[in-house]
Design a protein around this ligand. Sequence first.
Ligand SMILES: Nc1ncnc2c1ncn2[C@@H]1O[C@H](COP(=O)(O)OP(=O)(O)OP(=O)(O)O)[C@@H](O)[C@H]1O
Length: 246
Amino acid sequence: MKPVLDIRDLGISFGGLKAVDQVSFQAQRHRITTVIGPNGAGKSTLFNLISGALKPHRGQVLIDGVDMTGAAPERTKAAGLSRSFQITSLFPELTVAENLRLAAQVLEPTGRAFLPVGRSTQALARTGQMLERFQLAHKRDDLAGNLSHGDQRRLEIAVCLASEPKILLLDEPTQGMSHGDTAQTARLVRSLTDDVTILLIEHDIGLVMDLSDHVVVMHQGRKLAEGPPDLVRADPAVQAAYFGHA
Ligand SMILES: Nc1ncnc2c1ncn2[C@@H]1O[C@H](COP(=O)(O)OP(=O)(O)OP(=O)(O)O)[C@@H](O)[C@H]1O
């Protein structure tokens, strides 16, 4: 089957530093592909290259077979790529439902995007679905800024999904969460693969093993290894570079 995301020989340098160097891999539809690697390995830069926040110096990014290399974030978004950030990008002064409806507004047919809220039927329907799915219905009228950290991170994932993307880029979705919140969010992320393909950056190796279908290991800008989580974890080169022992 054609991969939904195809990364080919991607690279960028900052001055003399090759932050991402000759990286190639594919993300298969409805699977979770996780990028791991020590601090400074190039994971965030890779996400920036894929989402269009940075333009690569070499290589290609294909979304559903279409070359999107160097396309601006608005264009990769329109092609079906949605990204959540480590730092929350919610509107704290808007309610939970309003944050979702704003993101879902792109589902309205062209020319109807600025209709009064009550007539944005598709956006409202999607908002309702997201509230249910993310167990936020009882908090729909709470200000996003007043939610707990765990609820804010979950709302942020819901906002990313509200526009019905094909690919979801999640950067450490459970960072800073309590143990209980982490487990709940992990279950949620797993359930999302019915709808989307997920590309994840995650440091918690337990979560990586639990959640991932496929793991890509980065080290000093390069891809060190890739494969199923258990095989990658047992790889001596990965052990040496990432887990600190051979
Ligand atoms: N805009 C930039 N200008 C110069 N150097 C940069 C820039 N962005 C990243 N770097 C460097 O590129 C390398 C890769 O950084 P990156 O943030 O992608 O790593 P990472 O794997 O995401 O690390 P972490 O796990 O700490 O978030 C680092 O050495 C970093 O200092």
